[in-house]
Design a protein around this ligand. Sequence first.
Ligand code: PAF
Length: 290
Amino acid sequence: MKIIRNVAEMQKQSMELKRAGKTIGFTPTMGYLHEGHASLMEQARVESDIVVASIFVNPLQFGANEDFDQYPRDEARDIQLAKEKGVDYLFIPAVSDMYPNPTGIQMLPNQRIAVLCDRSRPGHFQGVLVVLSKLFHLVQPDYAYFGMKDAQQLAIVDLLIKDLNFPIQLRMVPTVREEDGLAKSSRNVNLTSQERAEAPHLYQALQLAETKIVDGEKNPVNIVDEVKQYIKTYTSALIDYVEILSFPNLTAVDWIDQDVIIALAVQYQHVRLIDNIIVNKAGERVHALR
Ligand code: PAF
C-alpha cells in the first residue's frame, strides 16, 4: 500500500491509473476506521482493479460548536487496517494542502436538504459537497462507496453525482452494527459507559417502527410518536429528530406507500448519534438506491 499525502501527487497517480485502463474504487473517510469502513473497502476490493481510501477530517463540514477537535484520530491504526483490507493507495492530505485558500466556491444543495441532520447541522452538507467534489477530482473513481448510516449524505452524494455528471457509480453499503445492534461509528468511543449500555435501544426503536409497518401501520405520525416514546423510556438521550421520509428524495410522506427512511438522531453528553433503516411499503428492508 502506498501512502500519498500530497494533493497534486494523488491526482497525477489517478490519471496514470486511468490511462493504464484501471478501474478505481474509492472509500472516502475521516479516519478512526472501524468495521463499517472495512466493509466499504472490502466491497471496493471485489469490484475494482485499484482501491483508494482517503483519511481527511474535513473542517468545512464541522460547525463552530461541533467536535472537530475532539474527532477521534489514530493514523497508525488506520494505516494498518487499510493495509489489511487490501487498499492500494491511502490518501492522507493536510488541511493546508486541501484548502490553501478559503474556498471561493460554495455548494448549496436545493433538494434532500432542510430535513434530518441539515436542520441541526446547518452548513454540514455544503462542506461535504465541497470536499467530495475535490476528492472525486483528485481520485477519479469509477465507484464510490458510502455507508447507509449516513443516509442523508448518501442521498445528497447521489444528487451531486447525477446533477454534476461525475462519471461515478455510487454504491450504498449496509450499516455495520455491534453485536447488540448499535451502529458502528468512530464517535462511539466518546460515549460514557451508561450511554454505551443504553444506546442499542436506538436500533431497537427503529426495529419497532419496522414491525409496525410490517403489521400494516401506514400513518408515519403514529410510528414516529411510538419511536420517540420508546427512546424516552429506555435512554437518557435528548432526541434531535425522529423522521419518516421518502427515500432517496427525502420528502415528507403522509402515508407509507413507497420506500421510506425511518431516521433518528439523538444527543448524548459528548456525542451525537444517528441511525436509520430504509424499508419498502411492506416493511421489507431496502439495501440499494433505486
Ligand atoms: O462520511 C464521512 O466520513 C465524511 O462525511 C466524508 C464522506 C469522508 C466527507 O468528508
